[in-house]
Design a protein around this ligand. Structure first.
Ligand SMILES: Cc1cc2nc3c(=O)[nH]c(=O)nc-3n(C[C@H](O)[C@H](O)[C@H](O)COP(=O)(O)OP(=O)(O)OC[C@H]3O[C@@H](n4cnc5c(N)ncnc54)[C@H](O)[C@@H]3O)c2cc1C
Ligand code: SF4
Length: 483
């Protein structure tokens, strides 16, 4: 098999034996759980669109290992065109789902490892790259969803891993055996964790020699013995339990994050891709982060949905022709398209690494993600401005169905004469979902911290900028000759 359908993906998840906890209880049927299900639907969209004639050019690629047609989420970028298509794929899926569709973290981890394992072997004569390519083929041929796990809990942020009072605050190797290694630790905020077949672990920081036990990278099946998932909450998550079709805003899709605990888990050698080569941890962090910062093309697609919702709310309220409303809609589009420029630019300015993998322009990927930490907040502010206060004071769908209250809601929440009150309520719930509810986890706070907090991008921008060139240009123009 090379490419699963959405239905086959769902069935494949049912065969996993994951240990998942939520609200203090073990979840036996993860796929049908009403809180988790919308996030599974979002990943399933990445499978569905790969079979869609209109989207297959963006959603699929040719494997450089087997020559088979594969889902782009398992592909190693072979050209600038591949990088650009990746950005377009992110926008497309963001627009189709209105949320985080989760599958990019694994794609970004695979691409970063395809570069770094090659470079480690070149220096140390190890065999990580051969192992990695074999693993990659397994992922491609089975069309797996892979969780990319970088972020450790990190304990006291002022201390390096080896100085933490609890040594497990960063993932580390606790034993080396004849047939593999044993690892302990956790990964926090893991996107799409329980919708994944595989999980790839990477170090979260650049490490020094004292921290070499923490400089590890490996892959495991998501249901490997010793792994436990504890689901994170999202704002308004229990609205999904109410059974209606309005109050949750986005009826079909959502995301999820989880704390993933590794309690002395065994990893066979053929799945180990870095073991104590601490001097490569910085490269792995930077290259994964750059790919993942490009992946925030997804927020452009979600921005499309929010702009569409704001325009619709304006029309339902009868204010769409007001000059300040039109101007605010233009501003929202300006910000959103500026984000699109960034993710296309870092792809278009990509380059070939020694392994053959194409990497994005790291400076521009960081600039793009830094804009993502700001613009969705401003787009959300404008959407809330246009939506009006009803977005946060609207009674529930059940009040709309109750004979005692329905007549009052229909009467007093009617705006434009041709628009049913229910439509107005639906669109306001969607704006609430994106800017305050479950999807705000992804559209706002994930925009801030996902793929690294703003300061991480500022550090990378300062490292990558060519200041000497700028100074040379300035001095030349005003006649300063220092030779
Ligand atoms: C919704 C969501 C989804 C995510 N999905 C994934 C995923 O799938 N995989 C993954 O690996 N990660 C994921 N992340 C994690 C993300 O990369 C981290 O949130 C990010 O790196 C920030 O780490 P933190 O949350 O621990 O914040 P903190 O490290 O606690 O940062 C909080 C603040 O403290 C500052 N700070 C932290 N350390 C220092 C220091 N040493 N010195 C000075 N200032 C410091 C930061 O700049 C920031 O301003 C996700 C995060 C979110 C919110
Ligand atoms: S936040 Fe965006 S880039 Fe990250 S996994 Fe979700 S959809 Fe992909």
């Amino acid at each position: 098999m090379t490419m699963m359908t959405a239905g086959q993906y769902e069935e494949s998840l049912r065969r996993l034996n994951l240990v998942v906890y939520m609200f203090g209880k073990r979840i036996e049927n993860v796929v049908d759980d009403p809180i988790i299900r919308p996030s599974m639907n979002a990943v399933a969209k990445t499978y569905e669109l790969a079979h869609h004639p209109e989207h297959e050019d963006i959603m699929t690629a040719t494997s450089h290992i087997t020559g088979n047609t594969i889902n782009r989420f398992t592909h190693i970028h072979q050209s600038i065109e591949d990088l650009v298509k990746k950005s377009k794929m992110g926008r497309l899926l963001g627009r189709e789902t209105g949320c985080c569709f989760q599958r990019c973290v694994g794609m970004d981890a695979l691409n970063a490892l395809s570069i770094v394992t090659f470079d480690i072997d070149a220096k140390h004569g190890t065999e990580y790259y051969t192992r990695f390519v074999k693993y990659l083929e397994y992922v491609q041929e089975n069309d797996f969803t892979v969780d990319g796990a970088m972020t450790d809990p990190k304990g006291d942020r002022s201390l390096p891993p080896h100085k933490q009072p609890d040594p497990d605050q960063f993932m580390h190797v606790v034993e080396e055996k004849k047939d593999g290694i044993v690892v302990r630790g956790a990964k926090a905020h893991q996107t799409g964790a329980v919708n994944s077949h595989e999980i790839i672990i990477m170090p979260t920081l650049s490490m020094r020699e004292e921290d070499k036990d923490y400089a590890i990278s490996f892959a495991l099946p998501s249901d490997a013995e010793g792994i436990t998932y504890i689901m994170g909450r999202q704002s308004c998550d229990t609205r999904k339990l109410e059974g209606g079709t309005m109050d949750q805003g986005n009826l079909l899709f959502g995301g999820h994050e989880a704390l993933v605990v590794f309690d002395d888990v065994f990893v066979p050698w053929d799945r180990v891709f870095m073991l104590k080569e601490y001097e490569f941890s910085r490269q792995l962090v930077e290259q994964f982060a750059a790919y993942h910062r490009q992946s925030y093309a997804c927020k452009v697609g979600v921005g499309d949905v929010l702009i569409g919702a704001a325009q619709t709310a304006a029309e339902y309220n009868g204010v769409e022709k007001a000059s300040h409303i039109r101007d605010k809609i233009v501003e929202m589009n300006h910000l959103n398209e500026t984000l699109y420029c960034g993710c296309i630019a870092c792809a278009s300015e990509g380059h070939k690494e020694p392994s053959g993998t194409y990497c994005v322009n790291i400076l521009l990927a960081n600039v793009h993600k830094h804009n993502v930490t700001r613009f969705p907040y401003e787009i959300s502010r404008l959407a809330q401005d246009i939506a009006g206060g009803l977005m946060v004071t609207l009674p529930s769908e059940k009040d709309l169905q109750s004979p005692e209250t329905a007549k009052w809601l229909k009467k007093y929440f009617k705006a434009h004469r041709d628009i049913p009150t229910e439509h107005r309520m639906h669109i306001l719930r969607l704006i609430e979902n994106l800017t305050l509810g479950t999807a705000a986890t992804s559209y706002l706070t994930e925009s801030m911290h996902g793929a690294g907090s703003p300061q991480a991008q500022r550090i990378m921008i300062s490292r990558r900028i060519n200041m000497q060139e700028k100074q040379r240009a300035a001095k030349k123009l005003c006649g300063i000759d220092e030779t």
